[in-house]
Design a protein around this ligand. Structure first.
Ligand code: NAI
Length: 329
């Protein structure tokens, strides 16, 4: 099986070239460009494509891939909201993903954002470099004894919940399907979680029903001085409403690893570009906001797990024994 990797970065190539040595009959090619209607023509001579969070798997792209003989889409990520599944089904292309490659990687980054924004580490770092040792503007809050509100308690949310419990926080959560095994979590409605939490961390997938779940109305139900962290998907939060909420002093801090319209930015050095949107600069105009660029997954352990699972998906598919749990249907 020949797989063409789109949006391949040096760290992807390193991890996959190392992992593929353990798989017979799989050949990997890499291109730097991400998948789009234009770059889809590069797949000639390949059986499968491997894409990431920003790859364009819209219906026209999928149709083009199918016309070139692609049978398999391998996502080297957990989320699959960028894939038009109806189009993939119609084109008889199977889609596989890597669910839960390292929940710790993402949950630990979520807590890192919460801690950094709470204690204004991003500001302190710059101030001390400028020999400004004054503490004004840097005051934080203790987490111990506060309430952590987790939205979505799957693999990552459950890990974040455990981290929060380790910090001595009371953990409340909303999930469409509460996990009874997580006995330390108090499940309640989304409204109640938003109303009671001092730290809100979003860990549910983006679906049609929860697009902009954090909006003007839901922000209004939150406590004043809340910390909001989103490491899940940008479109879960209405950015304009978030910015208004920040201007209204609703938030002590906001930590975002994902944001709306991040697609053109993710993993690119755009320092000399004229940006087409002002979302990042508007968000960063606030002293209590930290934005990272979809890096929550980015640990050594996660990359090793991503490459192994992606290649397991490819070889099981080739052997006619698809790994059911990893298939997107
Ligand atoms: P998971 O599938 O293990 O858990 C998702 C949980 O959300 C499930 O318990 C599910 O019942 C719940 N859920 C589904 N719809 C919901 C809704 N409307 N409201 C509340 N809960 C809902 O997924 P996992 O592995 O924990 O990943 C969560 C999300 O994290 C992914 O969908 C992805 O968007 C994001 N992610 C971000 C990464 C990053 O680098 N920033 C890396 C990996 C994942």
């Amino acid at each position: 099986m020949k797989i063409l990797f789109f949006d391949a970065k040096s760290y992807d190539i390193e991890a996959f070239d190392k992992a593929v040595k353990n798989y017979k009959g799989i050949e990997l090619d890499y291109v730097e460009s991400d998948l789009s209607i234009k770059t889809a023509s590069l797949v000639d001579g390949h059986d499968a494509v491997c894409g990431f969070v920003s790859s364009d798997f819209s219906a026209p792209v999928i149709e083009k891939l199918a016309s070139k003989g692609i049978k398999l889409i391998l996502l080297r990520c957990a989320g699959f909201n960028n894939v038009d599944m109806a189009a993939a089904k119609a084109a008889k292309i199977s889609v596989f993903r890597v669910p839960g490659y390292s929940p710790e990687a993402v949950a630990e980054h979520a807590m890192a954002l919460a801690l950094a924004v709470n204690r204004r580490i991003h500001k302190a770092y710059v101030k001390v470099r400028e020999n400004d040792f004054a503490l004004s503007g840097l005051q934080g809050k203790n987490l111990r004894g506060k309430v952590a509100g987790i939205i979505g308690t799957g693999k990552i949310g459950a890990t974040m919940a455990k981290i929060c419990a380790g910090f001595g926080m009371r953990v409340i959560a909303y999930d469409k399907f509460p996990n009874k095994n997580l006995t330390f979590i108090e499940y309640m409605s989304l409204h109640d979680v938003l109303e009671q939490a001092d730290l809100i961390s979003i860990h549910c997938p983006l679906t049609d029903e929860n697009y902009h779940m954090i909006n003007k109305k839901t922000i209004a139900t939150m406590k004043d001085g809340v910390i909001l962290v989103n490491t899940s998907r940008g479109e879960l939060v209405d950015t304009d409403d978030l910015i208004q909420g920040i201007r209204d002093f609703k938030f002590h801090g906001v930590g975002l690893d994902v944001y709306e319209e991040e697609r053109n930015n993710v993993f690119e050095n755009r320092s000399t570009d004229i940006m087409e949107t002002s979302i990042v600069s508007r968000l960063l105009s606030f002293p209590n906001v930290i934005v990272t660029s979809h890096q929550a997954f980015f640990t050594e352990e996660a990359l090793a797990a991503i490459s192994t699972t992606t290649l397991d998906n490819a070889s099981a598919f080739a052997a006619g024994k698809p790994l059911e749990n990893n298939q997107v249907k």
